[in-house]
Design a binder for this molecule. Structure first.
Ligand SMILES: Cc1ncc(COP(=O)(O)O)c(C=O)c1O
Length: 362
């Protein structure tokens, strides 16, 4: 958290107004400019953004949503909350991202949406996924919780699909403590999302200055709006975002160079038409437990970050075979520290530990 947040945070805290108000509107405007999109709906978590996107996609009881097991359970909780079922698609074990081929095989008349998660920030094959979605006349939802600052075919993640969901949870590239944002391609979805995030009510209804509760509610909504405390933090964090993303990417480039030719530790693969913001730097370690222990002994923490979701008992109704890519990735994937907070000395220490592990096998 930048210390420079304090003056603006203090001003908001003692302004007499800390709910969703002017700072939230400012955050939405500034984030929209940064992403290159006309409108952003700020909410109180990435999960809330996903829930709204699924609701707007029309997902309800009995419907199916195709998704990847390799993500946070937050990607799928809203699907269950809406009474729908997850259908698992396999992933590419060299990216951690959903396989377009398998998505295309699994679409049926019951499919209501396709969910794409950009693992660690690495963009999925969005052009191909959009083609499949168009064929079936269903929306593509991006869970971009890891992908703030990533780009795909020359444009930032945020402007490619029907719905794009961001998270500003405690450890994300930009944090508001907790928070999230939804970007809708269709202006009507954007308008509806603004009502749904606050019980189905207009926040600033024309002609209802005295009592904004006195409006007709045509569709019941949620309490998903962002508050001005979180938004104030978000505005300040935005000032550091370019520099932070650049540092993540610079660290990743160093690791890419170091790992070239390694056999025990292998980096993921990135096509030239996209660039990960590298919220994570994930590698595949054939002897993962030994690698984690080696790094730990060197004072370096590593993490699997998320585990395959299809093994959670809540998804028993979705059980399926044929997830070979998930098997491989889940068995080997682990992320090493990559964040903007690492000093050059930290990075050198990590590089030395990677080399030691590789060389120990020789
Ligand atoms: C891939 C992914 N999707 C969704 C979420 C949920 O975001 P939030 O914690 O802001 O609800 C997270 C993590 O927090 C995540 O990693």
């Amino acid at each position: 958290m930048p210390e420079t947040v304090m003056p603006s945070l203090q001003a908001t805290l003692f302004s007499g107004y800390i709910g969703e108000g002017p700072r939230t509107a400012q955050f939405e405007r500034e984030l929209g400019e940064w992403l290159g999109v006309p409108s952003v709906v700020a909410v109180n978590s990435g999960t809330a953004a996903l829930h709204l996107a699924l609701h707007l996609a029309g997902v309800g009881p009995g419907d199916e949503v195709i998704s990847t097991p390799q993500t946070c359970v937050a990607t799928h909780s809203p699907i269950l909350s809406l009474g729908a079922r997850v259908v698992w698609a396999d992933i590419d074990p060299w990216t951690g991202n959903i396989s377009v081929e398998d998505v295309a095989k699994k679409c049926t008349a019951s499919t209501k949406a396709i969910m794409a998660v950009h693992w660690g920030g690495l963009p999925c094959d969005l052009t191909e996924l959009k083609q499949v979605a168009r064929q079936w006349n269903i929306p593509l939802i991006e869970d971009a919780a890891h992908a703030l600052g990533s780009d795909y075919q020359g444009r930032r993640i945020g402007c490619h699909a029907d719905f794009v969901c961001f998270s500003f949870q405690a450890i994300k590239m930009l944090t508001t403590g907790d928070g999230g944002a939804l970007v809708c391609l269709a202006p009507e979805d954007d308008r509806r999302a603004r009502r749904l995030r606050w019980f189905g009510l207009e926040r600033n209804p024309v002609g209802h200055d005295e009592c904004r509760w006195e409006q007709a509610i045509h569709e019941h909504g949620y309490k998903f709006h962002m508050n001005d405390i979180a938004a104030t933090i978000g505005c300040e964090q935005l000032r550091y975002l370019d520099a932070n993303v650049a540092r993540h990417q610079a660290h990743a480039a160093i690791y890419d160079d170091v790992l070239r030719g390694f056999r025990r530790l292998r980096p993921l693969r990135q096509s030239s038409d996209r660039r990960s913001a590298h919220w994570l730097y994930t590698i595949r370690a054939t002897e993962r437990a030994a690698f984690i222990a080696h790094m730990h002994a060197a004072g370096i923490e590593t993490s699997r970050v998320h585990v395959r979701n299809d093994r959670y008992p809540i998804f028993a109704a979705s059980a399926c075979d044929g997830l070979a890519g998930v098997e491989t990735f889940d068995a080997e994937q682990v992320s090493i520290p990559c964040g903007w907070w690492l000093s050059d000395t930290d990075v050198n220490t990590i590089v030395a530990a990677l080399r030691q592990f590789e060389e120990a096998a020789a």
